[in-house]
Design a binder for this molecule. Structure first.
Ligand SMILES: Cc1cc2nc3c(=O)[nH]c(=O)nc-3n(C[C@H](O)[C@H](O)[C@H](O)COP(=O)(O)O)c2cc1C
Length: 164
């Protein structure tokens, strides 16, 4: 398999990155995700793939709800906080503004474009990431914005490396 060609195609697609947050029994977690996409129109579903290596994974497995926050070009620092640090070592939520939501996941104050999602299915097909298929519970839009994309965060080193 030509993985370099695969990587080239994926890089050219340049997906928008987002921050997924979750909370269980007062413990909070969140990570940067590039693997996420709408996955149904009716009903509205969104799927997110989380690395088994992440602190966020353990909480996402047991939480009913997660929040996905779209990032803008002004949010590189948030991408760094959630993508380059791990909840195994730091409390990311002591380093950013957030508010608790009625459903549980912390909501990032800086990110008005966000989805509140309920877990519908978990897909573990043996890879290093696990798919979380979710139903839309609520969405908020702050108006038009320029998304932060993978190509804008190429300088970031992931807090956890997936896939060995
Ligand atoms: C550009 C970029 C994209 C990433 N995409 C994903 C992703 O789609 N899924 C995932 O689980 N981790 C992804 N990560 C890795 C996590 O965000 C990172 O390892 C984070 O530090 C994990 O935090 P945690 O251990 O507190 O959950 C990405 C990291 C970067 C820098």
């Amino acid at each position: 398999v030509d993985v370099d060609a695969f990587d080239e195609v994926m890089a050219a697609l340049d997906p928008a990155v987002a921050v997924l947050t979750v909370a269980v029994d007062g413990e909070r977690s969140g990570c940067l995700v590039g693997f996420h996409s709408q996955s149904s129109i009716e009903p509205r579903c969104h799927s997110v793939w989380i690395s088994k290596a992440n602190h966020t994974y353990d909480l996402a497995l047991v939480a009913d709800f997660v929040a996905v926050h779209a990032l803008t070009r002004a949010d590189h620092d948030l991408a760094e906080l959630f993508g380059s640090l791990t909840g195994d070592e730091v409390d990311k939520f002591s380093r950013c503004e957030w508010a608790a939501s009625a459903y549980g996941p912390p909501l990032l104050a800086r990110c008005p474009n966000r989805l509140l999602l309920r877990r519908r299915a978990v897909l573990d097909y043996g890879g290093d990431h696990v798919g979380f298929v979710t139903d839309l519970v609520d969405a908020e839009s702050g108006g038009p914005f320029e998304p932060l994309r993978l190509s804008h965060v190429g300088d970031l080193e992931p807090g956890h490396h997936a896939g060995g």
